[in-house]
Design a protein around this ligand. Structure first.
Ligand code: AMP
Length: 229
């Protein structure tokens, strides 16, 4: 049976880190809409040029655009055995579109990671991403010499070393705008999922390892069968 997982929660909750690891350990792709859009901006494609300003303001790109991107990505062969979605859906229209895309593909498990707003603001201030591979690091948690282990070492990262930068939308002002949009548009959508038998909530204030264990437990309980640790 396919393993379809949607990670829900505010910016900075740890969705990306957990999605990355869960996907790797279960042999399914991580589909992060934020990563797809950042890559487009980085490469200067038409998509990147269309979304750059919206992303820098911390606003959401249009539903039609993002639904088209996710629809195309989830119908590629590697996603048919399952996927981990990170950053999508974020609105009621996106949630409805995901239901349509996955209608014949087995249950969709939705896990919300909960973290209070003030902790989110603190975390994103320390968040760094490798400008080449998109790997995430926490400037407060990781000593500088441990950072290179976190990089995915693409060819360019290997050649010149990871280039850790703060995301342009992680400034405190933009983060507060993203949180406002989260509470206005995304949190009500999570309510829509919360009535489903495959919905679970986990505490994102735990250590990353504890969150990982809680995530595996939540997925197993939603599926009604164990999943690989
Ligand atoms: P993230 O890395 O998930 O925080 O996404 C970074 C930015 O990309 C967001 O602040 C939005 O501007 C845009 N974005 C990512 N996913 C979506 C989505 N599902 N709907 C609309 N905009 C999105």
């Amino acid at each position: 049976m396919a393993l379809n997982l949607v990670m829900l929660g505010p910016p900075g909750a740890g969705k990306g880190t957990q999605a990355e690891r869960f996907a790797r350990e279960h042999g399914i792709p991580k589909v992060s809409t934020g990563d797809i859009l950042r890559e487009a901006v980085h490469s200067g494609t038409a998509l990147g040029q269309a979304v750059q300003a919206v992303m820098e303001r911390g606003e959401l790109v249009s539903d039609d655009l993002i639904i088209g991107i996710v629809g195309e990505r989830l119908t590629r062969p590697d996603a048919l055995a399952g996927f981990v979605l990170d950053g999508f859906p974020r609105t009621a229209a996106q949630a409805k579109a995901l239901d349509e895309i996955t209608a014949l593909r087995g249950p969709v498990i939705c896990v919300e990671i909960k973290v209070p707003d003030e902790e989110l603001v603190r975390r994103v201030r320390g968040r760094r991403v490798c400008d080449d591979c998109g790997a995430n690091a926490d400037a407060f948690e990781h000593k500088p010499d441990a950072l290179s282990d976190l990089c995915q070492n693409t060819e360019r990262c290997r050649a010149v070393g990871p280039k850790w930068v703060a995301r342009s939308d992680d400034s405190e002002t933009v983060v507060r705008e993203r949180l406002k949009i989260y509470w206005r548009d995304t949190r009500p959508m999570i309510e829509y999922y919360s009535a489903r038998p495959t919905f679970r909530v986990i505490d994102g204030l735990q250590s990353p390892e504890q969150v990982r264990e809680a995530l595996v437990g939540a997925v197993a309980s939603a599926l009604g069968r164990p999943v690989a640790q």
